[in-house]
Ligand binder design. Structure first.
Ligand SMILES: N[C@@H](CCC(=O)N[C@@H](CS)C(=O)NCC(=O)O)C(=O)O
Length: 335
């Protein structure tokens, strides 16, 4: 048994940064392992091949940020949990986290691989961190290769020119909401951070670095940029959850409304397309004719949200249903 967890990832990965921020906030013994070449062989057989990979003290390797964070809740329950104590709020935080991980990430992918200036900058960051011993010429070749690979994957995740206005509107709206929020409130469910805060901050961390999205953030949401930096290390934060009797913060409500307007309609249409083995997901998203290839993983995300909602107690549902209804989420969660 090792005395600590090993978080293996790179700064350019929102999910790696998210998991690291949770470890830091929770004050759990861990080391950050920039995924350098000497670790390639070690993680070569870990499936799926995504970042981050976390090696637990028992030596096992795990991927997928949400299950890892929930494992930590089981292994180290109670103090400094990132899941709100109130059942209803815990569900809302999970929904916002999922929205960040699976939908806001499309804005990231869009900005990173749309314009040539961003393609190069983003890809070079990833490749430089992943191959820190590469000479300039080799880095150049790796960057080109990675750009080609990621650009060829754009259609798989819906980042087509036709859908670009959806992701640009999404990004600007998230920034507008966060900029109002960080001026007065630090976290979405109280004076301590939850899964939802870590999910949003980590996607925005990457968007804050790529040239085009960074310029938009600097111009329209400078305080959000500072908040993102603070979110990297909340190890000193001591706080309380919002009382379930208090109304939700406007920012949490606004993020739920974005999930209701864009993300949940997409999830439902995608799940149906996966089930019917349809060739395309075609869905009206707030007046936009949205089309993308069906995505199996996100059908599972929808199934998970529906079962989390179904498992809530009647009392919890009674408390949060008005907020979900106002946000346009409820109909999608009832299956
Ligand atoms: N749902 C996963 C997503 C992780 C993920 O997609 N990571 C990206 C990097 S940000 C990755 O490793 N992608 C591998 C690839 O694109 O081939 C999580 O929450 O950890």
């Amino acid at each position: 048994m090792s005395p600590f967890f090993r978080v293996i990832g790179i700064e350019a990965s929102p999910y790696a940064v998210k998991v690291r921020s949770v470890f830091r906030y929770r004050r759990l013994p861990h080391v950050w392992v920039g995924r350098m070449p000497q670790f390639f062989a070690e993680t070569a057989n870990v499936r799926p091949q995504i970042m981050p990979v976390v090696q637990y003290p028992d030596g096992e390797y795990h991927t997928d940020s949400t299950p890892i964070i929930l494992d930590l809740e089981r292994l180290f329950p109670g103090e400094r949990s990132v899941v709100p104590a109130d059942e209803g709020q815990a569900f809302l935080a999970a929904l916002i986290e999922d929205f960040a991980d699976e939908w806001l990430v499309k804005a990231l992918f869009h900005y990173r691989f749309d314009r040539p200036v961003d393609q190069r900058a983003g890809a070079m960051w990833v490749m430089d961190d992943a191959h820190p011993n590469a000479e300039n010429e080799q880095l150049e070749a790796l960057t080109t290769e990675f750009v080609d690979r990621q650009v060829s994957r754009k259609a798989f995740v819906g980042c087509t020119p036709e859908n670009a206005p959806v992701f640009e509107a999404l990004y600007r709206e998230v920034l507008a909401v966060m900029e109002g929020f960080v001026a007065t409130d630090r976290f979405l469910f109280g004076s301590r951070p939850s899964l939802a805060d870590f999910g949003i901050a980590s996607q925005l961390h990457t968007l804050s670095a790529d040239p085009t999205s960074a310029a938009i953030m600097r111009e329209t949401a400078p305080r959000t940029l500072h908040w993102i930096k603070r979110m990297h290390d909340c190890s000193g934060v001591e706080g309380e959850w919002l009382s379930p009797r208090e109304p939700l913060l406007n920012a949490a409500q606004a993020l739920l409304a974005m999930a209701g307007r864009w993300y949940l309609p997409f999830l439902r249409a995608n799940a149906a397309a996966v089930q019917e083995r349809a060739k395309m997901v075609v869905v009206d998203l707030d007046g936009h004719d949205y089309q993308q290839l069906p995505f199996r993983y996100q059908a599972q995300c929808y199934g998970r949200l529906i079962s989390l909602y179904a498992d809530l107690s009647d009392a919890a549902r009674t408390t949060i249903d008005p907020a979900l209804e106002e946000a346009g989420c409820l109909a999608f969660l009832r299956g």
